[in-house]
Design a protein around this ligand. Structure first.
Ligand SMILES: C[S@@+](CC[C@H](N)C(=O)[O-])C[C@H]1O[C@@H](n2cnc3c(N)ncnc32)[C@H](O)[C@@H]1O
Length: 208
């Protein structure tokens, strides 16, 4: 297996495609990525946050944002990914196709740099999650899909008067192969949970 050609515990700031393309294959244990979601909006960091002044455009245009170099490499190397992009353009529109091209070339690189025992967690939301599931199946193989994690961002309060609320995001989890690393998490139970569900106390020991 190749040696990593990047520093551990280091923040690299820039377009991640340039960095990914410079990284040796099969050198990364874990990828957690939170890319734009194709929300057709511009985002600005709140003025009191560490990121104050930062902004990014989450609007995608086939003419402006898609490079021939990307489409050529997707068509040549990942024809199933191209089929997904084509289908998304037809079903949803050119903006979704452009967004998927932009993200697809990056996800192809992320797949390349992951070790055989590595995993990817990708944050998205229902705007594109179903197209992204299809695209990740095309890149990682459907057998390597491990979980769809649903994150309820807020309560439904105020969102449910005229509709069911749209208040969750999605994380898609894939492993590179069937032999992924999994470290079980052990954290203490919430005291309220313990109080409610372990009601009986052993007299001699005081244990619940
Ligand atoms: C949905 S936000 C994620 C925000 C982040 N998780 C946080 O909590 O601050 C998407 C982020 O992707 C960044 N981004 C957009 N294009 C990028 C690129 N080509 N390379 C690296 N980051 C990019 C944006 O600047 C934005 O900060």
């Amino acid at each position: 297996m190749a040696e990593p050609n990047f520093q551990n515990r280091t923040l690299y700031h820039g377009d991640n495609l340039d960095f990914l393309r410079g990284m040796n294959s099969e050198t990364v244990h874990l990828i957690a990525t939170d890319p734009p979601f194709n929300k057709n909006r511009d985002f600005h960091a709140t003025p009191d946050s560490l990121a104050a002044g930062a902004k990014f455009r989450d609007r995608w245009s086939w003419e402006r944002d898609v490079h021939d170099e990307w489409t050529d490499s997707i068509k040549d190397d990942w024809p199933a990914v191209w089929e997904v992009i084509d289908a998304a353009r037809a079903a949803y529109g050119d903006d979704m196709g452009a967004f998927l091209c932009w993200l697809g070339v990056r996800l192809m690189e992320m797949h390349r740099v992951l070790r055989a025992d590595g995993s990817l967690y990708m944050h998205c939301d229902p705007t594109a999650s179903h197209y992204l599931k299809a695209m990740l199946d095309a890149i990682f193989g459907g057998d390597n899909f491990r979980n769809e994690i649903t994150w309820k961002r807020t309560s439904a309060k105020g969102l449910a008067y005229r509709n069911l609320p749209n208040n969750h995001d999605i994380l898609l989890r894939y492993s590179k192969s069937g032999a992924w690393i999994w470290n079980p998490q052990f954290v203490p139970h919430d005291p309220n949970y313990v109080e409610k569900f372990y009601r009986f106390i052993e007299e001699d020991t005081g244990r619940r």
